[in-house]
Design a protein around this ligand. Structure first.
Ligand code: BG6
Length: 519
């Protein structure tokens, strides 16, 4: 007789056997003095090292303008680890081993001599793999990407078809600010590298639960059968954040919620939720399907933009007891700024599966909770049996994929209220990652760095995906751009966004569902 645990073990299927091996390599971080390096990249690399997941040999070289030595940079990073370590206090022995592999190369991004020094450092590495396998992580302003790729090429550090080893570029968002600039950027990046050498990061794809969307959809027969216009009434995607823009006002003024969150994170989640099954679980087939899906998203006309999109901007308010100032009075924000800190969209996907099904997407800053979730709302049951007792409508079934925090999946259905009478109320069946698998979920950057080192591009964005997403966003901006933010766009911090976002759904009898608080 097998116990339930035995059976779970027997039925466990690991899919990563075909994952390529993580080879020894040198990782060069451009923009090494920046926030991303100390907050995300170094803690992720350290964590991988401490967990024994880094390749047999590796080196990290930080490249930036400020004068530093290897020793002073290591000390600085050690200090930063106290603030940003994900797993509590740093293990000093492990960090010492990690720090020995960290170096610093001072230089200006435009100075060929600096790349010469970098080349000498790489050339002097003790093991051939460290000299030949190169991961260049561009954590700089996108306006510098082209320059860095060009300089690396001139210094013979970046080649399209290296005689030995591999050369890869990892780039951070934003990939442009519209379709035209994204195309220019893609062109610059691929002047000296093949597309398959470019790894565009969207950290949402590194999140465990976002990856689970595909596993959930395509390894369970019951739900995928319902994943269709015949059974689904509409889909809601909410990515809400409690914080305002804080110290990022300068960047945010240029971006706004549509570019900062919708163009990348939410459209990626939409693609995973709605795409067709890929022919294989590999990078190209999966990305092919995402591109197909994004290209089927209807580009709204300016007239549709006015009815199917809502932008908002927060005013002073309180979130979880903390005061948040007016967006327009945040640091580096123009006093009459029209930048949106909230956006809600009603999108349609013009393909066979989803024709006529609305997809509602919303994201915003200074909202009541920080949570990301997808809710698939199924069609109303025919109300023939319960009308007298339950009124005209029963709550329809829905399935919620909670992406963060308290990751999990909940099925909502109606159940009888115990007792002698006949009464129904919505009840929930809940799966929690935490209780099923324990608390550990790797940070997105850990997974993504490891994938880039092993040459697995599945969780990175391909050029055509970026361009499709910009086409959607550009169509929306075209409908907004010549008009100032409407007076009813303002929402007090701590509320669920401006009124028109609710009205947009109410027009078709729908309503936003607040993210769940379940554990
Ligand atoms: C970033 C945006 O890409 O994602 C930020 O630039 C946003 O504005 C962040 O706060 C949200 O990421 P997460 O992982 O905290 O949901």
């Amino acid at each position: 007789m097998h116990t339930t645990e035995d059976l779970d073990e027997l039925m466990t299927c690991r899919l990563d056997h075909h994952r390529r091996q993580v080879e020894s390599a040198v990782i060069v971080i451009f923009g090494a003095s920046g926030d991303l390096t100390s907050r995300k990249l170094i803690p992720a690399l350290y964590q991988l090292y401490a967990a024994g997941q880094m390749p047999p040999d590796f080196r990290v070289i930080g490249f930036a303008r400020r004068e530093k030595t290897d020793a002073s940079w290591r000390a600085e990073l050690r200090e930063a680890m106290d603030r940003f370590s994900r797993t509590g206090p740093v293990d000093e022995t492990a960090f010492a081993g990690f720090a020995e592999r960290i170096h610093y190369c001072q230089g200006d991004l435009a100075d060929p001599l600096a790349y010469q020094r970098l080349s000498e450092r790489i050339g002097g590495m003790p093991v051939p793999e460290l000299r030949h396998n190169r991961l260049f992580y561009l954590a700089t302003q996108p306006s510098q990407f082209g320059l860095i790729a060009d300089q690396l090429h001139r210094a013979n550090l970046l080649e399209r078809d290296p005689a030995e080893g591999w050369h890869r570029l990892v780039v951070e968002k934003p990939f442009g600010r519209d379709l035209a600039s994204a195309r220019d950027l893609n062109h610059e990046l691929t002047l000296h590298a093949h597309e398959h050498q470019v790894y565009r990061i969207d950290h949402y794809l590194g999140k465990e639960t976002v990856q689970n969307i595909l596993m959930f959809r395509f390894s369970n027969a019951i739900f995928e059968r319902l994943w269709h216009r015949d059974a689904v009434d509409h889909v809601q995607v909410t990515v809400s954040e409690k914080l305002g823009v804080g110290g990022r006002g300068g960047y945010y003024e240029e971006a706004g919620a549509l570019r900062d969150m919708m163009q990348n994170h939410l459209l990626q989640v939409l693609a995973l939720i709605a795409m067709e099954p890929p022919v294989a679980l590999d990078a190209e087939p999966i990305r092919d399907e995402k591109v197909k899906l994004l290209s089927s998203v209807r580009r709204p006309t300016p007239d549709q933009v006015s009815r199917q999109t809502v932008r908002g901007q927060y005013t002073a308010g309180t979130v979880a007891g903390q005061p948040i100032p007016d967006y327009r009075s945040e640091d580096k924000v123009a006093p009459s700024s029209d930048t949106e800190t909230f956006v809600a969209l009603k999108l349609f996907i013009d393909n066979w599966r989803w024709s006529g099904v609305p997809f509602y997407l919303r994201t915003g800053k200074a909202l009541p909770v920080s949570a990301s979730e997808v809710r698939v709302q199924f069609k109303q049951p025919p109300n023939v049996l319960f009308a007298a007792q339950c009124g005209p409508r029963l709550d329809a079934n829905s399935l919620t994929l909670r992406l963060q925090p308290n990751e999990g999946i909940t099925l909502h259905f109606n159940g009888k209220i115990p007792g002698t009478g006949i009464g129904l109320r919505p009840v929930r069946m809940h799966f929690s990652y935490d209780s099923e698998f324990g608390a550990y979920t790797p940070e997105a950057y850990e997974r993504l760095l490891l994938d880039a080192l092993s040459g697995d591009a599945t969780l990175f964005i391909r050029r055509d995906e970026v361009e499709q997403a910009w086409e959607i966003v550009d169509a929306i901006r075209a409908g907004w751009d010549d008009q100032p933010m409407p007076p009813d766009s303002f929402y007090p911090a701590g509320s669920w966004g401006p009124e028109p976002a609710h009205e947009m759904l109410a027009r078709t009898g729908h309503a936003w569902r607040e993210p769940q608080t379940l554990r």
